[in-house]
Design a protein around this ligand. Structure first.
Ligand code: BTN
Length: 263
């Protein structure tokens, strides 16, 4: 894996240092340890399998050997911590484009950062950061892609899929990692130029699942419904309420449900 990835990489910094092991607890945890020890921006930590893979909202991320890409990339952005959630959006765009590059699949992004195909999730992203004063000491972007997963148990098969299930073809994990690193470098550099999503917003919105559809916003103060319009330059989800008022929804605060199915 490591040698093949090194051979395939066309990046200047993303994935230029690779830490690969066949088994780890969580690549995000290992990446955080390495970041604390001063590992450079772009260091990619990849595991063949994870014993303690983590998803968002405290969920586990099943990570058996052989069929999934489990990768965490260390970033060192010089930005206000409030802007860190936007890195996840830029990473989602990068992963979406990387999956397209390597497989020909045209997946969509479920705001803020799930990648979906045929209405099912094929990738999740978990971004974690450590602050240092008023800036981020480092950010770890953890990417879990269902690459060659041949099938899911009944309780997941309605909501989860893989590149292989969607295309009928296997793709190499190293090629997938190289494509994602390439796109991550591109999207992250674009993000850093402006410090927000203004330069990526249009592409993101074109690739957003459920845009123009009714969504249900599950906010701490109560649920409400409206039409998803796309993201703002700050990465918020713009939703038009029934009375015509447009609200900017922040990813940390709410969860979005399509009115029909997972999306
Ligand atoms: C989600 O809940 O959708 C996010 C899932 C993120 C999983 C990836 S796999 C690589 C990295 N290491 C982890 O422990 N989690 C992330």
């Amino acid at each position: 894996m490591k040698e093949e990835l090194e051979r395939l990489l066309r990046t200047r910094w993303a994935g230029r240092r690779i830490v690969y092991e066949p088994r780890m607890g969580s690549t995000n945890d290992r990446a955080r340890e390495l970041a604390e020890q001063g590992a450079p921006e772009g260091t990619a930590v990849i595991a063949g399998a994870q014993d303690a893979g983590r998803g968002r909202q405290g969920r586990a991320w099943l990570s058996p050997p052989g069929t999934g890409l489990f990768m965490s990339v260390i970033l060192r952005p010089d930005i206000d911590p409030a802007r860190i959630p936007m890195i996840t959006l830029a990473a989602a765009l990068a992963v979406r484009e990387g999956i397209r590059d390597v497989s020909g699949l045209e997946p969509l992004i479920k705001w803020p950062n799930d990648i979906v195909s045929g209405g099912k999730k094929i990738c999740g992203i978990l971004t974690e950061a450590r602050m240092k004063g008023r800036t981020a000491a480092y950010v770890v972007t953890g990417i879990g892609i269902n690459v060659n997963v041949p099938g899911f148990p009944p309780e997941l098969s309605e909501i989860a899929s893989s590149i292989r299930l969607e295309t009928g073809k296997e793709v190499s994990l190293a090629e997938t990692a190289a494509a994602v690193c390439g796109r991550l470098e591109e999207m992250y550099e674009t993000f850093c130029r402006t410090g927000d999503m203004s330069a990526l917003k249009e592409t993101y919105n074109q690739l957003m699942a459920g845009r123009g559809c009714q969504v249900r916003i599950l906010a701490p103060e109560g649920a409400w419904e409206g039409e998803a319009l796309g993201i703002s330059a700050l990465g918020e989800l713009l939703v038009r309420r029934r009375d015509g008022q447009i609200e900017a929804v922040t990813s940390g605060e709410v969860s979005v449900r399509g009115m029909y199915g997972y999306i």
